[in-house]
Design a protein around this ligand. Structure first.
Ligand SMILES: Cc1cc2nc3c(=O)[nH]c(=O)nc-3n(C[C@H](O)[C@H](O)[C@H](O)COP(=O)(O)OP(=O)(O)OC[C@H]3O[C@@H](n4cnc5c(N)ncnc54)[C@H](O)[C@@H]3O)c2cc1C
Length: 269
């Protein structure tokens, strides 16, 4: 933990597999007990920092008969035999961070590397996913706010038909709508953040924050590209980079659709 906090130890969390993303019950990576050790076999994909990680928290099935109580978490270390990296995946954005495939072939992991309790892997994930989802929501809105502020300035400076483009009523209303959507969302996120501080943030609140904030961010950044005209399509402009970097936010950490499933189930429908 000290290494992770100082940034010297890079960590990855490996849940997703080629055949199991939203539906984690499809995880096939297995961990089988062998004396004081566990033997892990399987493969993962789309793992953030998969290439660079020193430690990888791997979700593996420890009891195929036990349903959602049949999964456990293991900390696999960089040099463990049988732990290899697959392809570094070629993404449309987020180029400063690697996302990769991981393979586990008879990786022997001591029982001391079992993280949390055996059979409680899903429970441990569910406990921590709300704060991860909130952090995705916050970075999405913070990023969109920065892009909006730049775009507002651009709309005041850039002239067409003899006047600043922001002064056309359509654009003025668009800017007003975005300012409203950002501020309303920021306030809800602040409330959720207080929930984290008070240890009261629920999975449903985090799901609302995640889908809403990332969809607002996606819409705002898209509209900011439009307001930049052709310059918005040029990678030398921050708005263009934000457009490709931000697109993943409604997908990773649980898609918008899965967030709505969580909220809908809570509504009893
Ligand atoms: C850049 C990047 C980084 C990532 N980092 C990590 C990481 O560090 N660790 C990790 O474990 N994973 C990571 N992921 C994986 C990510 O969490 C999954 O891609 C995501 O959860 C979706 O899973 P999937 O790709 O299998 O899509 P699928 O589950 O196949 O979904 C495809 C589509 O179907 C929809 N869908 C699925 N089920 C339902 C349903 N019940 N109702 C309605 N619609 C549904 C989805 O919303 C989506 O639109 C990363 C992915 C990317 C692209």
């Amino acid at each position: 933990l000290p290494g992770i906090a100082s940034g010297e130890t890079i960590i990855a969390v490996a849940m997703t597999e080629p055949g199991a993303g939203s539906d984690l019950a499809g995880i096939r990576t297995s961990a089988v007990r062998d004396g004081d050790d566990w033997i892990i076999n399987g493969s993962k994909t789309f793992i953030s920092s998969g290439i660079n990680c020193d430690l990888c928290v791997v979700v593996a099935r420890t009891d195929p008969e036990a349903g959602h109580k049949g999964y456990s978490l293991f900390v696999v270390e960089r040099d463990m035999e049988g732990f290899t990296r697959g392809r570094k995946l070629d993404k449309m954005g987020l180029h400063s961070q690697d996302t990769s495939e991981l393979n586990f072939e008879n990786v022997r992991v001591p029982n001391a590397n079992l993280l949390g309790k055996e059979g409680r892997g899903f429970y441990h994930l569910m406990t921590n996913l709300p704060s991860e989802r909130l952090s995705i929501a916050i970075s999405a809105i913070a990023g969109a706010r920065a892009v909006f502020d730049e775009t507002l300035q651009y709309a005041k400076d850039r002239k067409a038909f003899g006047q600043p483009i922001g002064s056309f009523q359509h654009n003025r209303f668009l800017l007003a709508e975005m300012e409203t959507e950002l501020e309303v969302t920021e306030n809800y996120l602040d409330r959720c953040l207080q929930g984290v501080v008070d240890d009261e943030l629920t999975a449903v609140e985090a799901a609302k924050a995640k889908w809403w904030a990332t969809e607002v961010a996606k819409k705002v950044v898209d509209q900011c590209v439009q307001l930049h005209g052709g310059y918005g399509y040029m990678m030398e402009y921050r708005v263009a980079r934000a457009y490709v970097d931000g697109r993943i936010q409604t997908i990773f950490g649980g898609t918008t659709e899965i967030m709505k499933e969580i909220i809908g189930r809570d509504l009893g429908v």
